[in-house]
Design a protein around this ligand. Structure first.
Ligand code: ATP
Length: 323
């Protein structure tokens, strides 16, 4: 990797960032910090302000207000030596016509002061077997890998990845995730923009959610929006012949919904509900074959945070009175 100016301290610092397009304020005063070697996921619905923010960080767009430092410099005034320390993978790219994968990489390597090796880069993205393939004849997934390879050829300290797995089949996605995890072990800082919650959950050390130009939540994916403290949902179908009134008290108290025989319960202490439920079912000889216990997923939290007009996630809503 290219020699970093410092080995400690944040790679990206943003404070009070604002961006106005005519009368519309797309980014409304955001603060963020990304540490060296971190995989940071930036999430948000369409039009939330992600691309605007990322383009400002990449030095492609001037901001209206706020302080921004990326790799020790203000991207609005940084020069080519700063740009050489950054890799950018856009949503779409056009590979060079008639060049092979290896030739494309060789061409791009010539633009950087100390590029990564061609073979090493192809291996890193899983394209070594396609070295002599013409870039324009690669499959969509392979082309995306080439995009990532081209962004890595300059041996960047910081990589911006925009929707890296859109259009990938499940196994190509897994391979891309392994590759991104591999970048982490090389010490590359990754700023990831994605709409896939499982991707953010799998890869990111920290996620930040932006909605309507404001940060609505930030933290490790496992604890975002108080997810680890949120109530669990328990569901099962009432066995034939059983009635709600016959269920144990703690089960009835946790009931939030029942559609025909399908029971939905919510509890911050699921064992206090499951214990009596199972004891009751065993004593009565009932099977509960579709019993499910579920904590809110990152997607649940995300949807609650970004739903227009919603101020707080309804994750810990109290249960209804038992029927
Ligand atoms: P998506 O997930 O759809 O890519 P995003 O979070 O990246 O969305 P931005 O592209 O940053 O969102 O756009 C934020 C807001 O700013 C949107 O309302 C968009 O219409 C507006 N916007 C973006 N670029 C411009 C521009 N050049 N001129 C005017 N308005 C713009």
């Amino acid at each position: 990797m290219g020699t970093p100016t410092t080995n400690t301290g944040p790679v990206i610092t943003v404070s009070g960032l604002r961006m106005r397009y005519d009368s519309f304020e797309a980014v409304r005063g955001i603060d963020l910090e990304v540490g060296r070697g971190e995989v940071f996921a930036f999430l948000g619905p369409n039009g939330a302000g992600k691309t605007t923010t990322v383009e400002i960080l990449e030095g492609y767009r001037r901001r209206t207000a706020g302080d921004v430092t990326v790799l020790g410099e203000d991207p609005a005034h940084a020069g080519p030596s700063w740009r050489a320390r950054i890799g950018v993978v856009l949503q779409e790219s056009r590979p060079e016509r008639d060049l092979t994968v290896a030739e494309c990489l060789r061409l791009y390597a010539g633009y950087y002061p100390s590029p990564r090796g061609i073979t090493e880069t192809m291996e890193l993205v899983g394209l070594a077997d396609q070295a002599e393939a013409t870039a324009t004849r690669l499959s969509g997934g392979q082309r995306r890998r080439l995009d990532v390879a081209l962004s890595l050829i300059g041996d960047p300290e910081l990589l911006f990845l925009d929707e890296p797995t859109t259009g990938f089949d499940p196994s190509a996605r897994r391979a891309a995730w392994d590759m991104i995890a591999g970048l982490r072990s090389l010490g590359v800082t990754v700023f990831l923009t994605t709409h896939f919650m499982d991707e953010a959950e799998h890869l990111a050390d920290r996620v930040m959610v932006i909605a309507e130009g404001r940060i609505v939540a930030a933290g490790p994916p496992g604890t975002l929006g108080g997810r680890q403290r949120a109530a669990a949902e328990i569901s099962f179908t009432l066995p034939p012949g059983a009635s709600v009134a016959a269920l144990p008290g703690p089960v009835r108290d946790a009931l939030v919904d029942s559609v025909s025989d399908h029971m939905l319960l919510r509890s911050a202490r699921p064992l206090a509900v499951l214990g009596p439920l199972i004891t009751w079912a065993e004593a009565a000889g009932h099977d509960l074959p579709d019993l499910e216990v579920r904590r809110p997923s990152l997607e649940d939290v995300y949807l609650a945070l970004t739903e227009p007009g919603t101020d707080a996630p309804p994750l810990d809503a109290p249960p209804l009175e038992a029927a």
